[in-house]
Each structure stands twice: as structure tokens, then as C-alpha cells.
Design a protein around this ligand. Structure first.
Ligand SMILES: [Zn+2]
Length: 303
């Protein structure tokens, strides 16, 4: 599968196209068989009786045009289709199709929240020469916003720092520390600040691991590893409720397949378990496009 991104808003849908159609944050899927899911290839969602509120052209996937669409929030899935959360599709859709789905969700959310100018309140329209919206009254241009966030695996003598955050629905879930980059910071400064603020830990030897678009919140997650350099765990009590150091053979509940958090934790286990491949640092198994290798085993990515 090859995806060629494009932003030609004048592109009109004629004939069959991929339609990444969202009702809220759930996407319309078809079920070619009971075990498989796919994205509808149709001429238009209206043909299925679905009302489209916004539309963004995404590019071409395997030669067919791709559109992202926002449907009414109260849409009901036509026969033979269903609405599913994006996360539940991880591992069940082709990896490229899954990535385009994430792109579609991010652009539709941007489209919905940039119908009016943030400076003068005038209506906006899509720009034709780039992916952006321009105010029809004052000319202010807005590009899709991506919020960078850092995520870091800290190692202390063969143990990994994991924390339980109050926002996790699973009371037993632990993950690596993550947080948004603040204005004026570089990525390494954001890593140091997040660790200092949330668990009062200092680190050194911060190394890039890999990155992952995170369409659910419009983020780009930038992963790092780091070595413990000082401090004792002191949870902030607001974001982080409990944190501790874990050995590879004594891990708590951790995030499901597909997240960069899980890839960092899996990298730690590979490197530090008995007979591990490194014993000194987490090895990122990078793919040619720079993203960390994902584990294709099916599981529950929403855990
Ligand atoms: Zn304006």
C-alpha cells in the first residue's frame, strides 16, 4: 500500500474513493468478513444516507483518492458497517491505512475547530496551495496544529521508571512519563522538566528513541531514553499518583500494543531481561521511515 499525501481541496470526489468518515472520534468501517475490518471504498457517504458536515482531501492511497469526512454526531451506521474507535482498529487494519486514518481524524478535528478566525472571528476557507485555512476577512492563515509531547524511559541500574497517572481508566496501569513540550523549550529540556515536576527525578544521557503521531490528541510523541542521575521519587500527587522502579520480570499492567510507550517498555525488556541483547541501553529497532518497530501481535490497544 502506498499513500501519497496531497492537499488539493478543489479535488472533487467522482467515482470510488476511500472515505475515512468520522462520527465524533469513531470511524465508519466495513466488515468484509466477521474477522476483518476495512475502510469503505464508495463514491460518497451520502450514498449510504450519511450526512457529511466537513470534508478534507488527504491524497491517494493505492491510486484511489482519499477523503476524511465529519459526519453528524448522531449518525447511525448503515447495514454492513459500524462505527469503531480508532484505537480498536490498531493491528486490524493495514498499517498504512491505519496511519491515513489517524491523519484523517487529526485533519477533521482541525477543520471543525478552525471554521472561524481566532483573530477577527470572520469565516475561514481552505487555502488551495497548501494545507491551511485562511480568514476571508483579515487574511490570517492557520496551519493544522501539532502539539509535540515527549515520552521518556528512565533507567536506574536495570530498573525502569513507570508511573500511574490519575487519568488512566485502568487503576493498575503504569506507563513511562510523558508530557507536552512548552513554548520556548527544546525536547531535552521538556524531558528534564516533566521528570522533575512529576516525580522529582534528574536524568542524564538523554537519547532519541523514535517518534509517533498521536492523532487522538493531535500530538507528535517524541520518545527518549535517559539514565537516572539523582533524586528520589516524589509523585506530584496531581498528574502522577504513584511511581516506582520496575525490573523486566516484575512489570505491572502496561499500555497495549501500538503505542510508543509500549515500544519503549518492550525495548527495556529486550535490553535488560536475563540474556537481554544489550544490558546497557534501550535499543530502538527503527524502521526505514524512522518509526520504532511495532509489534504486530493483536491485543487490546485500549487497555
Ligand atoms: Zn480574521
Amino acid at each position: 500500500m502506498q499513500f501519497i499525501p496531497a492537499h488539493d481541496f478543489s479535488a472533487n470526489s467522482t467515482g470510488v474513493a476511500w472515505w475515512f468518515a468520522f462520527s465524533g472520534d469513531r470511524i465508519l468501517i466495513t466488515r468484509p468478513s466477521p474477522e476483518t475490518v476495512d475502510i469503505p471504498r464508495i463514491s460518497h457517504p451520502e450514498d449510504l444516507g450519511l450526512h457529511t458536515e466537513q470534508r478534507q482531501y488527504l491524497g491517494r492511497l493505492d491510486g484511489l483518492p482519499c477523503y476524511a469526512a465529519a459526519l453528524s454526531e448522531d449518525s447511525t451506521a448503515p447495514e454492513g458497517t459500524a462505527f469503531q474507535s480508532l484505537r480498536s482498529l490498531y493491528g486490524n487494519l493495514d498499517e498504512t491505512v491505519f496511519a491515513v486514518t489517524g491523519l484523517g481524524l487529526q485533519l477533521i478535528n482541525w477543520d471543525k475547530t478552525h471554521q472561524y478566525c481566532g483573530r477577527c472571528g470572520g469565516p475561514t476557507r481552505n487555502k488551495t496551495d497548501e494545507r491551511a485555512k485562511v480568514c476571508t476577512e483579515c487574511g490570517l492563515v492557520n496551519h493544522p496544529r501539532i502539539s509535540p509531547a515527549v515520552i521518556v524511559a528512565v533507567i536506574r541500574e536495570g530498573r525502569l521508571l513507570l508511573a500511574h497517572a490519575g487519568r488512566y481508566p485502568n487503576q493498575k496501569l503504569y506507563s513511562v512519563i510523558a508530557g507536552y513540550v512548552e513554548p520556548g523549550e527544546n525536547l531535552e529540556q521538556a524531558v528534564r522538566r516533566e521528570l522533575r515536576e512529576e516525580v522529582a527525578i534528574e536524568v542524564e544521557n538523554i537519547q532519541y528513541f523514535g517518534s509517533q503521531p498521536w492523532p487522538y490528541s493531535g500530538s507528535l510523541m517524541v520518545g527518549f531514553t535517559a539514565e537516572y542521575a539523582g533524586g528520589e521519587i516524589q509523585e506530584d500527587g496531581a498528574e502522577i499518583l504513584h511511581a516506582d522502579w520496575f525490573t523486566p520480570d516484575n512489570l505491572p499492567d502496561i499500555p497495549g500494543w501500538g503505542s510508543i510507550a509500549r515500544q519503549l517498555i518492550d525495548g527495556f525488556v529486550r535490553s535488560y531481561s536475563a540474556g537481554g541483547t544489550s544490558g546497557t541501553s534501550i535499543q530502538s529497532q527503527r524502521q526505514p521511515d524512522g518509526s520504532p518497530t511495532t509489534d504486530r501481535r493483536k491485543g487490546d490497544p485500549e487497555k
